[in-house]
Design a protein around this ligand. Structure first.
Ligand code: PEP
Length: 268
C-alpha cells in the first residue's frame, strides 16, 4: 500500500529566515502532527538552515536540482556529495523549469541553453543521487503544443525511458515520479482530474515495462501543476495519484497545511 506524499517546491523564493518561518508556521498549522511524507524543497542557500529544522521536525528536506559530478571546475553547480553533507533526503530532477524552457513555449534564444537538460543529463543525475542515497523525484510532462498534437503519452513515455536508462528494477523500487504538465505549472490552470489520473496511470504502465510490476505498483506518482487547497483532495483521491508536487501554493503555510491535510484525508 502506497502512502501519500506532498512536496513543496519553493523555487527561487524565500530567504533562509523566511523559509524557517514558513516551516515553523506550517508545523503550527499542523499541530506538529504530520503523519505522511512532507518534503520542503528550498533554494540551495537555505538548505543548511532548513536542514536543521528537518532534523527535529516531521518534514523532510529536498533540493531543486543537482549536478552529476562530485567536484571539479563546474562553476555554480551543486553536487549530490554536497547535498548529502546536509542530509538531503530527496532531489527534484528534470523539472520543466530546468529542462530549458522555464515552463514557457517561447523563450529568448539566449536563455535556452542555461538550464537545458537532456534525458541523458537527467539519467546521470538520477544515478549519482542514488549513489548518495538521495531519492530522486523525476519530473515529466508535456508542453501545450505536445498535448495539442496528441503526443502526451508518447512524450511522457520517452522522458521516463530516457531518465531511467540502464537502471535495474531493484534500484527503482522506491521511485517517485511527478507528472507535471508544463502548461499547468505556475499558470493557475490545473489538468482536469480524470485526465491527470489517466496520465498518472500511463506513467505506472510505462514503469511496468521499463522495470517490472512491483516497481510500477510501489512507485509514488505525484501530480503537479497549480495544485491548491481547493483542488488537492479531488486530485489526491485518484487511484494512481499518490500526492502532489506543489509550487506556488507551498509558499503559504496555512494553504500548504490544507493541501497536506487533503492528502491525509485522501488516504494517508
Ligand atoms: C512546480 O513548481 O513543480 C509546480 C507544480 O508549480 P505550481 O504549483 O506553482 O504550478
Amino acid at each position: 500500500m502506497r502512502s501519500k506524499l506532498v512536496a513543496g517546491n519553493w523555487k527561487m523564493n524565500k530567504t533562509s529566515a523566511e523559509g524557517e518561518a514558513l516551516v515553523e508556521q506550517f508545523l503550527d498549522a499542523m499541530n506538529d502532527h504530520v503523519p505522511i511524507d512532507v518534503i520542503v524543497i528550498p533554494p540551495y542557500l537555505s538548505i543548511p538552515r532548513i536542514a536543521e529544522i528537518c532534523r527535529r521536525a516531521p518534514v523532510k528536506l529536498g533540493a531543486q536540482d543537482v549536478f552529476w559530478m562530485d567536484e571539479g571546475a563546474f562553476t555554480s553547480r551543486v553536487s549530490a556529495k554536497q547535498l548529502h553533507e546536509f542530509c538531503a533526503d530527496y532531489c527534484l530532477v528534470g523539472h520543466s523549469e530546468t529542462r530549458g524552457k522555464f515552463g514557457q513555449l517561447e523563450v529568448p534564444e539566449t536563455t535556452v541553453g542555461y538550464f537545458a537538460e537532456t534525458d541523458e543529463t537527467i539519467n546521470l543525475k538520477i544515478k549519482k543521487l542514488m549513489f548518495y542515497g538521495i531519492k530522486p523525484i523525476l519530473c515529466v510532462g508535456e508542453t501545450l503544443a505536445e498535448r495539442e498534437a496528441g503526443k502526451t503519452d508518447e512524450v511522457i513515455a520517452s522522458q521516463i525511458r530516457g531518465a531511467l536508462d540502464g537502471l535495474e528494477a531493484a534500484e527503482l523500487y522506491e521511485l517517485i515520479v511527478a507528472y507535471e504538465p508544463v502548461w499547468a505549472i505556475g499558470t493557475g490552470v490545473t489538468c482536469d482530474t480524470p485526465e491527470a489520473q489517466r496520465v498518472c496511470s500511463q506513467v505506472r504502465l510505462v514503469l511496468a515495462e521499463v522495470a517490472d510490476a512491483d516497481v510500477a505498483s510501489n512507485a509514488r506518482i505525484l501530480y503537479g501543476g497549480s495544485v491548491k487547497p481547493g483542488n488537492a483532495l479531488e486530485l489526491f483521491s485518484q487511484p494512481d495519484i499518490d500526492g502532489g508536487l506543489v509550487g506556488g501554493a507551498s509558499l503559504d503555510p496555512k494553504g500548504f497545511a490544507d493541501i497536506v491535510r487533503s492528502a491525509i484525508q485522501a488516504g494517508g
